[in-house]
Write a protein that binds this ligand. Structure first.
Ligand SMILES: Cc1cc2nc3c(=O)[nH]c(=O)nc-3n(C[C@H](O)[C@H](O)[C@H](O)COP(=O)(O)OP(=O)(O)OC[C@H]3O[C@@H](n4cnc5c(N)ncnc54)[C@H](O)[C@@H]3O)c2cc1C
Length: 291
C-alpha cells in the first residue's frame, strides 16, 4: 500500500492500538492484504474538532466538491469512504487535499454545511467566517481567489453542474444515480434528489481532508475470531474482534455497518467458541475427578 496523505482521525483518541501490540508481542500475524489500510471520512477541521461529513451535506442537492484546479473529481453523494478514495486518486495528479465543498446561501439554509446547522443564521455564519472555517464571496471568481483555486475552472465547473441539475443527469460522475445516493439526497428535489443549481450569491466553501474512521488492517483471525500466528495456527486463548481484527471487507466500503456488523458477529463467535471450550474443559475435569 502506498503512503496516503491522511493526517487526521475521527476514532476515539484513547484507542492507540495497545491490544494490537499486545497480540503482536505473543506472535499474532497481521493481515495487510487490503485495498486501503483504513476506512475514511472527508472531514473539516475546526479548533480541536475533526468533523466527519458523513451524510448530512455532501449528498444533498446544490453542493459540489472541487480540487485546486477548480474541477470535480468524484460523485459527492457516494459513501464517505468512496469520496475519500476519489480524493486520494485525484490527488495523485492534481492537489486535491484539501478538497473544497462549494455551495450557495440557499444550500446552508436548507441543509447546513459541516458544523453549520440547517437554517444557520447570520450570527452562526459570521462566527465561522471569522475563525476561518467557512469562506464566502459574492462571486465564484472571488471565492476561488480567496481559497486559492483556479477561478475560470470553478466557474466552468459550476456552470456545467447547473446544466446537469436542469436535466437531472450528472454526466461527469453520476451524482444521484444510485439508490444509495438518492436515499441521502432530498426526495423533495426534482428531477434528481442530489442535484440543484448553485446560483444565488453569496457562495461558500469549506475545506475537507481525509481522516480515518477506523482501521482495516488488523490481526489475522479464523472463523471463530481466534487470532492466528505467522503459520496460520490459532494462538490458544487469544481472540480478536472489532478494529483489532482485520476487516472482512479489506478496505472496500460495501455499506453501512461494515465495522460494527462484523464486530458483533465475531464477538458472538468468540464467546461461543470460548463457551464450547469451557464445556470441554469442565467435562475433562469431571472425568479426572471421577477417575
Ligand atoms: C464518527 C464515527 C461514526 C461511525 N459510524 C459507524 C456506523 O454507522 N456503523 C459502523 O458499523 N461503524 C461506525 N463507526 C466505526 C465504529 O464506531 C468502530 O469500528 C467501532 O467502535 C470499533 O470498536 P472497537 O471496540 O474495536 O474499538 P473502540 O470502540 O475504539 O474501543 C476500544 C476501547 O479500548 C479502550 N482501550 C484502549 N487502550 C486500552 C488499554 N490499554 N487498556 C484498557 N482499555 C483500552 C478504549 O478506551 C476503548 O474504549 C463509526 C466511527 C466513527 C468514528
Amino acid at each position: 500500500m502506498k503512503d496516503v496523505p491522511v493526517a487526521h482521525s475521527n476514532a476515539f483518541a484513547g484507542a492507540n492500538g495497545d491490544g494490537f501490540q499486545a497480540a503482536r508481542a505473543v506472535g499474532a500475524a497481521v493481515d495487510e492484504k487490503h485495498t486501503n489500510p483504513a476506512f475514511y471520512f472527508p472531514s473539516s477541521l475546526h479548533e480541536d474538532t475533526v468533523y466527519p461529513h458523513i451524510l448530512l451535506d455532501r449528498a444533498k442537492p446544490g453542493l459540489i466538491a472541487v480540487n485546486k484546479d477548480g474541477r470535480r473529481f468524484v460523485n459527492e453523494s457516494d459513501s464517505y469512504h468512496d469520496f475519500v478514495e476519489g480524493m486520494l486518486r485525484a490527488n495523485a495528479a492534481t492537489p486535491s487535499v484539501p478538497a473544497w465543498l462549494i455551495c450557495d446561501r440557499s444550500f446552508i439554509r436548507d441543509y447546513g454545511l459541516g458544523l453549520l446547522h440547517p437554517g444557520a443564521g447570520a450570527r452562526e455564519i459570521e462566527r465561522y467566517i471569522a475563525d476561518g472555517y467557512l469562506h464566502r464571496a459574492d462571486t465564484l471568481a472571488a471565492l476561488a481567489q480567496h481559497i486559492d483555486v483556479d477561478g475560470a475552472n470553478l466557474e466552468a465547473t459550476v456552470a456545467q453542474h447547473n446544466r446537469y441539475a436542469a436535466t437531472g443527469i450528472d454526466e461527469a460522475f453520476g451524482k444521484g444515480g444510485t439508490e444509495y445516493n438518492q436515499f441521502n439526497g432530498d426526495p423533495a428535489n426534482t428531477p434528481n434528489p442530489c442535484l440543484r443549481p448553485i446560483v444565488a450569491p453569496p457562495f461558500f466553501a469549506v475545506a475537507v481532508y481525509p481522516s480515518t474512521m477506523g482501521t482495516c488492517v488488523g490481526l489475522s483471525t479464523d472463523g471463530d475470531a481466534r487470532v492466528l500466528d505467522g503459520n496460520g495456527a490459532a494462538i490458544e486463548g487469544l481472540y480478536a474482534c472489532g478494529n483489532d481484527m482485520a476487516s472482512l471487507f479489506r478496505g472496500v466500503y460495501v455499506g453501512p455497518g461494515i465495522t460494527l456488523g462484523p464486530a458483533l458477529v465475531f464477538a458472538y463467535r468468540a464467546v461461543m467458541h470460548l463457551g464450547s471450550n469451557a464445556a470441554v474443559d469442565a467435562g475433562d475435569a469431571r472425568k479426572r475427578i471421577s477417575a
